[in-house]
Design a protein around this ligand. Structure first.
Ligand code: GCU
Length: 696
């Protein structure tokens, strides 16, 4: 990542007045405001000063907490520290604890801000775990450093400026309207955006793309007619160190009425983009770049002109390069006009088939953004082989924080454990996905991680209040993918409920872990089994539809008949998708013997009587896990209810009411899933459920 341009930030206005400030309530800040403080530096150092407002200020060689930008300090003695001045790592920070004092040194102003939030977080967690939360800490002398593994840590918003007739204001948004747009315009009051940027900065997110990758006519104009509005949004995000990106339409030169072609090899098209980009940078000098969804689900792209995706991406990359901008090009390209009768076309193969032949052809400022699985954010998919298949291309991993296929923020579904699995998956047998996309060993260039945001204008930000934890976790795991999800959940709890007294905090911690730790696996338990995908209602993707996509142009996902179920993606007899994996996975997945149970039906078509590694037959597993998962919801509800005496105190009443309302809907929906899936497979297979539980 190039070093950041220095642009004056606007002073922080009164913070967004929310009754639900997510993980940064005042009480969390109080953990660092109790002692004396000093802040050294300019730029986002002002943001830190605003956060510490109210704390007594002391000289930097004596203050209990010092936060400094590296450039603003000459010697350790100035900070009252013995020895040489610790050098913070590039884009990161060092925290020096000495003689009961805490000194944070950021490589730049944004890194200092990240270091500041690290101290807040550590104190909150120490308190949760029974440590001493006093500002003077009592912590032993130590020097710790931290730097983000991923150069790009971006949240993509699928927000529309105008309400879309089908997709609404926020496509796949489950938290109300957009925080950026209302009534077809950029909002006049953007204080909510600033509050959002503040939340993100405390997790480590660096970049935000502010509009939907499906760029409709109104949204295309953001690039040209709305630059004032874009600049206002950028100013709010900038104050917290977040860089602004735009999703643009590949067809913009035509869509906006200026040219009759968008051919990437036409010089007039290149000139159009160069002009458009220059105007963006005139309005937003530290603009991050573009995100493009091309030749995907109806979006325009280079195929219309007989050009490749490298031609298309490079056109925009060359326009951005002189300004230091990045072009993110999405690899989500597949045929959504498939004939269900065609057994050879496999959507899972598409991104690899389209993009790997282009490895090495992209400009250096192009990042290819690849969804974590080969399909589309399903509740269980294998890791996409594309992530390890393009060693000469910058590749970014794309996750989905918004819970499109994981309960739409009506069900509790804590995604941390799944992301931990994905980031830590040794895709080429040696390196983890996180290491590969970070280019950690230098054998491929660095990309980063991206995710689709789950935030909206909802008072709790995310619809389901517990879905805030997913947003928090994305930022933390993007910064440090070696973190354990369970520790990240502790951090979120410690910060969110910082106002609770010690005893209440421990109870909240216990209950939230009981409710959330296994919630993704529980969700998988009552929905589609063993790697079957898209067993959902077409369109809104909520609720069960066993054959919802079976005869659709979007692909076919279970092929269940009276004898068996699953998609044969083997080289031996299926679509050959297993062959896209490097060793050992190409063989692990090829064989029913070694394929992990949870992905069995993603890779193989097997008889219902096939015995899993767990010892159960496939059909009995389908029956049992649906019913067991619903039974577990009773424990979840009971755990939540056990907090009732905290409601109105440590647990805000509105928060509790919203969680209860969502738990009721989760149960209703889970029962529907259970009964439909169990009944459908009984009717198909004729095999009775050995447990004797009711089938309809
Ligand atoms: C999913 C989602 C769409 C979205 C698409 C994408 O298919 O349902 O709403 O546009 O992903 O990632 O582009």
């Amino acid at each position: 990542r190039p070093s950041r341009k220095t642009i004056a930030t606007t002073p922080s206005p009164a913070p967004f007045a929310s009754p639900h400030p997510a993980w940064l309530p005042d009480a969390a800040l109080d953990l660092v405001r109790t002692g004396t403080v000093a802040v050294l530096g300019t730029g986002r150092a002002d943001t830190i000063r605003a956060e510490l407002d109210g704390a007594p200020v002391a000289p930097p060689d004596r203050a209990d907490l010092v936060v400094a930008v590296r450039d603003a300090v000459a010697t350790a003695a100035e900070l009252g520290l013995a020895g040489d001045l610790t050098q913070p790592p590039a884009h990161g920070y060092a925290v020096v604890r000495e003689a009961g004092r805490t000194v944070v040194l950021g490589a730049d102003d944004v890194a200092a801000l990240h270091g500041f939030w690290a101290v807040v977080r550590e104190r909150a967690v120490a308190r949760l775990r029974g440590g001493d939360a006093d500002a003077r800490g009592g912590a032993a002398d130590a020097v710790t450093t931290s730097a983000p593994l991923q150069p790009i840590r971006v949240l993509d918003h699928w927000d529309n400026v105008a309400v879309h007739p089908v997709m609404g204001q926020v496509e796949r948004g489950y938290a109300g309207g957009s925080i950026f747009y209302a009534a077809g315009e950029v909002r006049a009051d953007l204080s909510r955006v600033r509050a959002y940027a503040r939340l993100l900065a405390a997790t480590g997110v660096d970049d935000v793309c502010i509009n939907n990758v499906n760029v409709h006519a109104r949204e295309a104009q953001l690039l040209t007619d709305d630059l004032d509005g874009v600049a206002r949004i950028a100013a709010e995000l900038r104050a917290h160190g977040i860089t602004t990106h735009l999703a643009v339409s590949f067809g913009a030169p035509v869509l906006l009425g200026d040219l009759d072609t968008a051919d990437p090899l036409d010089p007039a098209v290149a000139a159009w983009w160069a002009d458009a980009v220059a105007r963006v940078y005139a309005a937003v000098p530290d603009f991050g770049g573009f995100v493009v969804k091309a030749d995907s689900e109806g979006q325009p792209g280079p195929f219309a002109y007989g050009r490749t995706h490298a031609d298309g991406a490079n056109l925009l990359a060359r326009a951005l390069a002189p300004h230091g901008g990045t072009l993110v090009w999405r690899a989500f390209v597949y045929d959504h006009h498939q004939d269900w009768r065609d057994r050879r076309t496999d959507r899972a193969r598409a991104a690899h088939d389209h993009f790997t032949p282009l490895d090495g052809e992209f400009e250096p400022n192009v990042v290819l953004q690849v969804k974590h699985g080969p399909l589309d954010f399903q509740v269980r998919e294998p890791v996409s082989p594309v992530l390890a298949a393009m060693p000469r291309t910058r590749v970014a991993l794309e996750l989905q924080v918004t819970q499109e296929y994981t309960g739409q923020q009506r069900h509790v579904c804590w995604l941390g454990p799944w992301w931990e699995e994905i980031l830590g998956f040794r895709l080429d047998g040696a390196r983890t996905v996180a290491q590969i996309v970070a280019g950690q060993d230098g054998s491929n260039p660095a990309g980063g991680v991206a995710a689709v945001s789950n935030v909206g204008a909802d008072e709790f930000w995310t619809g389901h209040p517990l879905a805030q934890a997913n947003l928090y976790a994305f930022g933390r795991l993007a910064w440090d993918p070696t973190l354990a999800a369970t520790d990240v959940l502790d951090e979120w709890i410690a910060l969110t409920f910082a106002a609770a007294d010690d005893a209440a905090l421990r109870r909240l911690r216990d209950v939230l872990h009981r409710v959330m730790d296994d919630s993704w696996r529980r969700y998988e338990g009552y929905t589609a089994p063993l790697g079957v995908c898209f067993m959902v209602n077409p369109g809104d993707h909520y609720g069960p539809a066993v054959d919802g996509y079976e005869y659709s142009p979007w692909g076919t996902y279970h092929f269940a008949d009276r004898d068996g179920i699953g998609v044969d993606r083997t080289r031996a007899s299926g679509t050959g998708y297993t062959g896209q994996y490097p060793a050992p996975w190409r063989d692990v997945y090829e064989s029913v013997e070694t394929c992990p149970d949870e992905l069995l039906l993603f890779f193989h078509h097997v008889p219902y009587g096939h015995v899993l590694h767990s010892g159960a037959t496939v059909i009995q597993h389908v029956y049992d896990s649906r019913a067991d998962a619903v039974e577990q919801l009773t424990e979840v509800e009971e755990a939540w209810s056990s907090l009732s005496d905290l409601v109105g105190g440590a647990l805000p009443a509105a928060f509790d009411a919203r969680v209860r309302e969502r738990l009721a809907e989760q149960r209703r929906s889970a029962v529907e899933w259970r009964d439909q899936v169990r009944s459908a497979f009984f009717r198909r297979s004729g095999v009775p459920d050995a447990s004797g539980r009711t089938i309809y």
